[in-house]
Design a protein around this ligand. Sequence first.
Ligand SMILES: Cc1cc2nc3c(=O)[nH]c(=O)nc-3n(C[C@H](O)[C@H](O)[C@H](O)COP(=O)(O)OP(=O)(O)OC[C@H]3O[C@@H](n4cnc5c(N)ncnc54)[C@H](O)[C@@H]3O)c2cc1C
Length: 404
Amino acid sequence: MKVIIFGGGVIGVISAYYLLKKGASVTLLESSSDVATKASGSNAAQLSYTYINPIGNPDIFRLIPKLILGKNENFKIKRFDPMFLAWASKLLMQSTKSQFERNRQTLLALSLRSQSLLVEMAKEMNLNFGYKKPGKLHIFEKRRSFHQLKDFSDQLKEYSIYQKIMNEKECRDFSPRFCKTIQSIAGGIFSDVDAIGECHQFTKQLLINLENNFSNFRIVFDAHVKKIVREKRVIEAVETTDGKTYQGDKFLITAGAYTNKILRPINLSLPIYPIKGYSVTVPAEKPNDYIPCSITDHSAKMVYVPLEKSIRISGLFRFNKFDEGLTIKTVEYIKKLARQRFPDLAFNKATVKTGLRPTTPSCVPYIQRMKYENLYINAGHGMLGWTLAHASGERIAETILHQP
Ligand SMILES: Cc1cc2nc3c(=O)[nH]c(=O)nc-3n(C[C@H](O)[C@H](O)[C@H](O)COP(=O)(O)OP(=O)(O)OC[C@H]3O[C@@H](n4cnc5c(N)ncnc54)[C@H](O)[C@@H]3O)c2cc1C
């Protein structure tokens, strides 16, 4: 069976791996001249297996006035256009307590499966992408958010995941440099299951392995899919902007936040909103001198991750359609927050990136067949694409190969 995949982010390349392993031939078409240049190249590098909470949660209703008035620094809605309003109304439907719980369980199942698959794959292919498992600490200044996550931590025991609940002193002892400038800490939650690794590096290494080990694999760069050629309910081929045509038995869209641009010409659309986020990577000779593991600062909603020779600070949710632009004011805001924690880091040498998180209202990705007999999708992984990529890739490969 020949499968044509469009989109060479982490989701597309991992999907290719599982399809190849199960015997399919794969051609991967990627718009850019490299893999993982979009969201997969700008993410926070966290394999956040136990913190998988969807955006749509009962608390969101309380936050609506602040969000509408633009008073929340973390979430900024730049346009209240039809695309955003349609997505937001679906998000509210996913924000009831019962729906939130259901989405969280679905994400947890995917993340836990991904965890073991990543370790297996990294070992099998000898991938080197800075993988470490130092755990993850959530630090809370507000009691309310601390207790909400603590309740979830109790639920995780059902899955044999035991997180450590820390008091203020324990947080300060565990990460003294980070906590030094926090006046009062309501509590912390430490999970030893969570890991870190560079998603861009991983995707590139996996690609090299696929090229070396599978003769039935081909990647075509600078191949931007512009048209899907169909006959009734069957996809026959795709055309790229350079005038080439690619035929296959099955077609898989892994174009992340750009998925609807491909679907719209064939009268399909999915509620996947491109939520822009920022990541600022600052060089640091010994990152662990600053932080022992990845830390989420729940008050500022920023994530700090110690990579091999740098610290990555990521966060922010900007709703402005497909705008990927980098705003100096926003970068300065992130640096200001981070400088409060670590005044001596070389922020003038920082690398700044933005990326669009392909986010569904439930935060659960679409991993399924579309309304055409041979068209499939693996997209919409939102804030967790790197974390969920392996289980998603495995599942879509099974779906594609087992359906007639
Ligand atoms: C700031 C930030 C921090 C994040 N932190 C984390 C984190 O710590 N942990 C985590 O698990 N997740 C995180 N995420 C989310 C994660 O990065 C994404 O969910 C994931 O990268 C999505 O992968 P993807 O392959 O679907 O999309 P992308 O990486 O965006 O890839 C889509 C690909 O499709 C290609 N494409 C688009 N249109 C076409 C076309 N017409 N033809 C051919 N190719 C096309 C694009 O060029 C691109 O390469 C973060 C995201 C951001 C932005």
